[in-house]
Design a protein around this ligand. Structure first.
Ligand code: GRF
Length: 189
């Protein structure tokens, strides 16, 4: 059984799509060992509780806490799903090719420290791009700059707002992330 750990700081809709995929067999032979929450009071925690997934909530000493929790869980795959804190380099070194992230743009476009949430979609619309999308990539020391694993393109419509574009992309994220996770687990066999 492959051990998955999900890290989230927000609504956790990608986390939910991973939960659903483990349940319906889109992701096979895996269990979600824990949710590591970037802060308390987030919807992702409610989703974990509903599904009886253990929750660890990070506090002020988040770097050392994270190292300790991951040491204890020893996951096969560390899945960032809307996790806003920077992963310490000690963890990146310890888990080579085991940490992945999803980002709501066609990286390398609109990635990096200042591109998160609606800011990504705002920038795409301001630039007048007619396509955007989402990207799953490995995590390295630089925000959104690790090796790209897979991407899906999504059209940008003339009357899109950041919110409408974000919704359209999020739908694709929910398909792409489980698919990539399954592919990576297949390669581990
Ligand atoms: C997604 O758009 C993801 O690409 C980005 O953060 C958002 C998380 O959304 N990294 P959710 O918490 O999964 O709903």
């Amino acid at each position: 059984m492959h051990k998955l750990v999900v890290l989230a700081s927000g609504s956790g809709s990608n986390f939910q799509s991973i939960i659903n995929s483990v349940k319906d067999g889109t992701i096979k032979g895996a269990s979600i060992e824990a949710l590591i929450a970037g802060k308390s009071g987030i919807e992702a925690i409610e989703r974990a509780k509903k599904n009886e997934i253990p929750v660890y909530t990070l506090g002020a000493e988040f770097e050392s806490e994270l190292i300790e929790i991951l040491d204890e869980l020893n996951p096969d795959l560390i899945i960032l799903a809307g996790f806003l804190k920077k992963i310490p380099s000690e963890i990146i070194d310890k888990y080579p090719n085991k940490i992945i992230n999803i980002h709501p743009s066609l990286l390398p476009k609109y990635g990096g420290k200042n591109f998160y949430g609606m800011k990504v979609h705002q920038a795409v619309i301001e630039a007048g791009d007619d396509v955007s999308g989402c990207t799953v990539h490995y995590v390295n020391e630089i925000y959104d700059a690790g090796k790209i694993i897979d991407q899906v393109t999504v059209p940008v419509k003339a009357d899109d707002t950041p919110e409408t574009l974000s919704k359209r992309i999020l739908k694709q994220e929910h398909q792409l992330y489980p698919k990539v996770i399954q592919k990576l687990l297949n390669n581990k066999n």
